[in-house]
Design a protein around this ligand. Structure first.
Ligand code: FDA
Length: 392
């Protein structure tokens, strides 16, 4: 029987941070992962440049059934702490937009940095090692993993969510939670493109590949970012953001010319340039293909001089307030994260320890805390991992 103080399952963002911190406290730490390489999601994140944090991180940027839960960890380990770590390793970065920080170079720099931090803490890493069994011992836990029997005082579950199963994502962490009597809130794909029914897709076919700046709303929640028409429906940051709030059967409202009252603009154009075609006028405000499709679908012919107020209002509404009902999402195959997870009412918000099972911790995406797009999910992984690393 091998003996460790702390075993971490999952060598992702949260698990590596927790392991390094526990190791630097002098704990004997082992990290197990069934994948061949550590930090695979970090490697592919942010288009290969890892949007590693967001300087505007605040509790309202996170979804959870228990909205106040994340406050403690996010206060204890802030974006500035992670930036200081990145700077210490000489990793160059830049702010892109909306407080999002990206590496200048490849995202693997962040993986290498975390591996070095683990080395400094004397952490052992075992890859390609699935965990077959976990039992509670009198003090701590016993694991059977990759043919070894391992005993530990503290067990940190950092196995992430179900998104991108092709990369080895599993519901393993949720099973461990249930095994120890913890509940798991409903999980669903989030930060994911939305899909349309076949008839609507056919009508929107000419728009595939068209991108617009949009304001997208679901109920009272709205995001202003880029949006993209795809062969399946809608994607782009604005849609990924709203997908965390949208539910099946619901509509989203899309303003494809935010900040511009198109009815007013068209009316003015009717006086100023009466001989222009409506789609020519509209193309000043939205991409040409979009203007063309709206004009065709509204059956508009002739010059803008011939268009009634009623018609201009309809055209404007189709672009300023398009209400559309997605049928679903692209699912875990492409979702960046999983919404829901281990019920936070059963965890200590300062340490991420299970209140009812001494020594058991859940961190990162496996927990019911899900960030917006833009570096928030990594900040949650670092913060929750850091907190567990101080306590395990
Ligand atoms: P993570 O998924 O990182 O790690 C879990 C680890 O557990 C993996 O190494 C996995 O192999 C292992 N594991 C799973 N099941 C196991 C089992 N049964 N046994 C052993 N090991 C097991 N966020 C952000 O803030 N900025 C960004 O730029 C991006 N970009 C991005 C792009 C893409 C394509 C995706 C899919 C996601 C993002 N994200 C992101 C989200 C971000 O990647 C995610 O929130 C964090 O990686 C979550 O960190 P965790 O450590 O919790 O899980």
């Amino acid at each position: 029987m091998e003996q460790f103080d702390v075993v971490v399952i999952g060598a992702g963002a949260a698990g590596m941070m927790a392991a390094a911190e526990a190791g630097k406290r002098g704990r004997r730490v082992l990290v197990l992962d069934h994948a061949k390489a550590p930090g695979e999601k970090i490697r592919i994140s942010g288009g290969g440049r890892c949007n590693f944090t967001n300087v505007n991180t605040a509790p309202p940027n996170f979804l959870s059934q228990n909205p106040g839960f994340a406050i403690s960890a996010l206060r204890r380990y802030r974006p500035a702490n992670f930036i200081a770590l990145v700077d210490r390793y000489g990793i160059a970065w830049h702010e892109k937009t909306l407080g999002q920080l990206f590496c200048d170079g490849p995202a693997t720099q962040i993986v290498q940095m975390l591996l070095r931090e683990m080395e400094q803490g004397g952490v052992k890493l075992r890859l390609s090692t699935p965990v077959d069994r976990i039992d509670k011992a009198e003090t701590g836990f016993r694991l059977s993993a990759g043919g070894s029997n391992i005993a530990c005082e503290s067990l940190i579950v950092a196995t992430g969510g179900k998104s991108i199963p092709k990369m080895g994502a599993t519901g393993f962490g949720y099973d461990v939670a249930r095994q120890f009597g913890l509940t798991v809130t409903e999980t669903r794909p989030a930060l994911v493109p939305l899909t349309f029914e076949v008839g609507l897709l056919e009508r929107l076919k000419p728009l595939a590949g068209v991108a617009v700046d949009a304001r997208v709303a679901s109920g009272k929640t709205r995001f202003s970012e880029a949006m993209l028409f795809t062969h399946r429906g809608l994607s782009g940051p604005a849609i990924l953001q709203i997908s965390s709030y949208w539910r099946e059967g619901g509509e989203i409202e899309v303003n494809m010319s935010p900040g511009q009252d198109l009815f007013e603009a068209l009316r003015q154009a009717r006086t100023a340039t009466p001989k222009r075609a409506v789609n020519t006028v509209l193309s000043q405000f939205v991409p040409q293909r979009l203007a063309q499709l709206v004009v065709e679908q509204e059956g508009v012919r002739g010059n803008i001089a011939d268009a009634s107020d009623k018609l201009l209002r309809r055209i404007a509404a189709a672009l300023n307030a398009w209400r559309v009902k997605p049928v679903g999402s692209e699912g875990y195959r492409t979702a960046e994260v999983t919404l829901g997870g281990v019920d936070t009412t059963q965890l200590d918000s300062r340490t991420l320890a299970a209140k009812s099972v001494p020594g058991l911790f859940f961190i990162g995406e496996v927990v019911d805390v899900t960030g917006w797009l833009g570096g928030y999910n990594f900040q949650w992984a670092w913060a929750s991992g850091w907190c567990a690393g101080q306590a395990a």
